[in-house]
Design a protein around this ligand. Structure first.
Ligand code: XBP
Ligand code: MG
Length: 261
């Protein structure tokens, strides 16, 4: 019985990476006097590592062996990442990053249907708070019982820790939940915590491996603008297997047909 929806943030609720986080990282590098430039293409490779601090370290280790790291590299990275978070939240406040089509509709439908809502994300908590506030309004923070984000867990996605944290905090069984993700790392994290997972892809993740997903779509769809189905195995039993609008009826059909539940 579906009781709760647990959403990833970056790439799922909103397309935040290329024109949001990436721009903020580059602004932080400039402010710190670094000649680092994360192009859209390079950033696509760096997204293999979740977590901004971890991603910066990955970049140094694989692309900038020439960099003369300070004695306290952890502190240097943490301070640089804090500058990035300031730039990112400022960018969000300009209103330039909207929710993806269908997200607000689905959240409202879920609330009307009495489903519980949670968030499980690798990004920094402040980024989630500001995204919700700037796209849905400050009152929408209360829609989500738990926001599991960033360093609240030691191991980030694809480790299942953030989903385990949210499940524990909500006191709910994974089989009563459905996760929404955009990336293979996120799918693996959700599946590792025992959740069924619906994937909606974006340009950075479209070609990744989504084995184990309930279905793979190119979005949530809107009435009159349905989402394309990339892998709709579980949709076969539903009346709209070619194109779909993700609504509560579809989610209930998907999860009730799921043999893992
Ligand atoms: C995506 C991430 C985050 C963001 C950047 O998180 O991996 O690291 O790219 O945010 P998710 P930070 O898809 O789980 O929402 O710089 O705050 O890490
Ligand atoms: Mg994501």
């Amino acid at each position: 019985m579906l009781e709760a929806l647990i959403f990833d943030v970056d790439g799922t609720l909103a397309d935040t990476e290329r024109d949001g986080h990436r721009v903020a990282y580059n602004a932080a590098f400039t402010e710190a006097g670094l000649d680092w430039d994360w192009t859209a293409s390079l950033y696509g490779e760096l997204l293999a590592v979740t977590g901004g601090k971890e991603r910066i370290r990955y970049y140094l280790e694989h692309w900038r062996q020439d960099f003369r790291a300070p004695a306290d590299l952890d502190r240097f990275i943490a301070e640089l990442h804090a500058i990035k978070t300031r730039h990112y939240t400022e960018l969000l406040r300009t209103g330039s990053i909207p929710l993806r089509p269908g997200v607000e509709r689905l959240l409202c439908e879920a609330r009307a249907a009495g489903l519980r809502l949670g968030i499980a994300t690798t990004t920094t908590p402040a980024n989630v708070e500001v995204l919700i506030e700037t796209t849905l309004g400050v009152q929408a923070r209360a829609w989500f019982e738990v926001i599991g984000a960033g360093d609240i867990v030691a191991a980030k996605k694809p480790a299942p820790d953030i989903y385990d944290y949210v499940l524990r905090a909500m006191g709910i069984d994974p089989h009563s939940c459905l996760a929404f993700e955009d990336s293979s790392n996120g799918l693996r994290a959700a599946r590792g915590a025992g959740l069924a997972c619906l994937v909606t892809v974006n340009d950075y993740t479209r070609d990744q491996d989504f084995s184990g997903a309930l279905a793979v779509l190119d979005g949530f769809g809107e009435r009159g603008r349905p989402a394309g189905v990339l892998d709709g195995t579980a949709l076969a039993g539903t009346p709209r297997s070619g194109e779909v609008v993700v609504d509560i009826a579809l989610l209930r059909a998907l999860t009730s047909a799921d043999p893992d539940r």
